[in-house]
Design a protein around this ligand. Structure first.
Ligand code: NAD
Length: 496
């Protein structure tokens, strides 16, 4: 089912029916802000314009979510019933997976194969998993004095706003929506400007699956208007956000200036892949380069820093350059394509600027250039770049969000750890070694929410995903994510 076949994806995209209006209270409605004008990065083609939400429209959506929450039409269902509806929703997504994958590929340039095999598979799995988990949570009865009974119960927080990025548009959305809905909240979703069509279709499928009107609303629009209005809204109880560190901190500010709502930020990263002298260099470097170039490098966990013993640096550069030269972008609609388009011209210019400045600062270019790459005429493409740099270079510190690998030589283990921990971020790290003691000691000392040992990008719905330091403190996935969307209530009952 999740295997992309055929070579007619471009023809299918040409007749794809794209939803272009806001989805509030189970209905398609027009927004009153200036419409969005999306462009497909595959070929620069203009896509249909999309209705965008103003602050008043956001208020309308929040009121609809609040109404549905208070009515109990969703929050009042038995958890098992909610779970069954989420599983029905997962099945709908499964049935429409090809259309959704194509929509993502069209709007943000991800290869159709990856959109289907990786993204849609993950989305279906996520809704199914939380659907199955919905009735597995237990409340607590602490041991108190004989004359009283205390109950500790978890209650849905109320109205949740989910504000998400474009790089894994439906995966990020599922990671927010599934746990929030499973515990009984109503949600307002603000998709990223580049990936609104897929979000709108998702909401429609939720509705068709039987999730009641008002429980899932979508307010497309700009971050400045629609995102901000959600952040500042006095009747939103929780904001779950994935995106850039700058905007994540804005949400903390919106909360402070409005109702002190809970904000769960999941922000950027600058993953270090730390190769110990005893590791298999070739294997570690190839996995790191693949992890850096995957999704055109537009990944918060992209392994963008490769740390190798100084004596192995030149060899590491050669191996990484070889991976770069064999990972060139191609048409996202071709099923053999592994690397697609960069989401937008603006993002492409930003990546190119990073590479130019790295060279000006003395970075050694081992593969690629700062120039754009042509895969499909009119599209936004960038071939992978490998650079030999020092930890102080801008490119070794800031998130590029593009296929650019920085290779850094280290002197000894302490130096390697200092470099690995020496950025503002702390999302993920990778460690390559066959020595048990090294693996355990170093993984404890890496300041990151996720550490991969002798692997990269392993993941499962059972384990949390999120970071520390500047990468934020939200956690998606696993049963823990459900806690973010509930409040603990203590009820004392006097028995005598
Ligand atoms: P972004 O922060 O620009 O946008 C994210 C969302 O916030 C979008 O929906 C956008 O419209 C909205 N937004 C933008 N400005 C806003 C404002 N002033 N007020 C309210 N909302 C606003 O990020 P992006 O470019 O879409 O995504 C890339 C970033 O996301 C990278 O930094 C990446 O590392 C991060 N990311 C993190 C994770 C993670 O799980 N930690 C996963 C994927 C992406």
């Amino acid at each position: 089912m999740f295997t992309a076949t055929g070579n007619d994806w471009a023809q299918r995209a040409a007749v794809l029916r794209l939803r272009t209006r806001m989805f509030i209270d189970g209905e398609w409605v027009d927004g009153s802000a200036e419409p969005l004008s999306p462009i497909s990065p595959r070929d620069g083609r203009e896509l249909p314009s999309i209705s965008a939400a103003s602050a008043q429209d956001v208020d309308h959506a929040v009121r609809s979510a609040r109404r549905s929450f208070e009515s109990g039409v969703w929050s009042g269902l038995a958890p098992r019933e909610r779970g069954q509806l989420l599983i029905a929703f997962a099945q709908k997504i499964h049935d429409e997976a090809e259309e959704l994958a194509l929509t993502i590929s069209l709007e943000m340039g991800k290869p159709i194969r990856e959109a289907l095999q990786t993204e849609l598979r993950a989305v279906v799995n996520c809704f199914r998993w939380y659907g199955e988990a919905a009735d597995k949570a237990l409340d607590e009865v602490p041991v108190t004095a004989p004359g009283s009974l205390a109950l500790v119960t978890r209650e849905a927080a109320g109205v949740v706003a989910a504000v998400v990025p474009w790089n894994f548009p439906l995966t990020m959305t599922a990671w927010k929506l599934a746990p929030a809905l499973a515990v009984g909240n109503s949600v307002v979703l603000k998709p990223a400007e580049h990936t609104t069509f897929s979000a709108l279709r998702l909401a429609e499928l939720a509705h068709e699956a039987g999730i009641p009107a008002g429980v899932l609303n979508v307010t497309p629009g700009t971050g400045q208007i629609a995102g901000r209005a959600l952040g500042e809204h006095p009747d939103v109880d929780v904001v779950t956000f994935t995106g850039s560190p700058e905007v994540g901190r804005k949400f903390l500010g919106y909360s402070a200036a409005s109702n002190g709502k809970r904000v769960w930020p999941e922000l950027g990263g600058k993953t270090a892949s730390l190769v110990m002298p005893d590791a298999d260099l070739e294997r570690a470097v190839r996995a790191t380069a693949d992890g850096c170039f995957y999704n055109q490098g537009q990944m918060c966990t992209a392994s963008s820093r490769l740390l190798v013993p100084r004596a192995q640096r030149d060899r590491a550069l050669e191996i990484a350059a070889d991976v770069a030269r064999t990972s060139l972008p191609s048409d996202p609609f071709s099923i053999s394509t592994g690397m697609g388009a960069i989401v937008s011209e603006r993002q492409l210019q930003s990546i190119s600027g990073f590479v130019e400045r790295a060279q000006e600062q003395g970075g050694e270019l081992a593969a690629g250039t700062a120039e754009r790459f042509t895969a499909v005429d009119g599209g936004s493409y960038f071939a992978p770049v490998v650079l030999g740099v020092t930890p102080a270079h801008e490119i070794a510190q800031r998130e590029v969000f593009g296929p650019v690998l920085s290779v850094i030589g280290y002197d000894d283990v302490e130096d390697a750890l200092a470099i690995a921990n020496g950025t503002e971020f702390g999302l993920a790290a990778a460690l390559w070694s066959n020595d048990l003691t090294t693996v355990h000691t170093l993984s404890r000392r890496l300041r990151a929410g996720i550490v991969w040992v002798n692997c990269f990008e392993e993941g499962d719905m059972t384990v949390p995903f999120g970071g520390v330091k500047g990468s934020g403190f939200g956690r998606d996935k696993s049963l823990h994510a459900m806690e973010k969307f509930t409040d603990l209530k203590t009820t004392w009952i006097a028995l005598s």
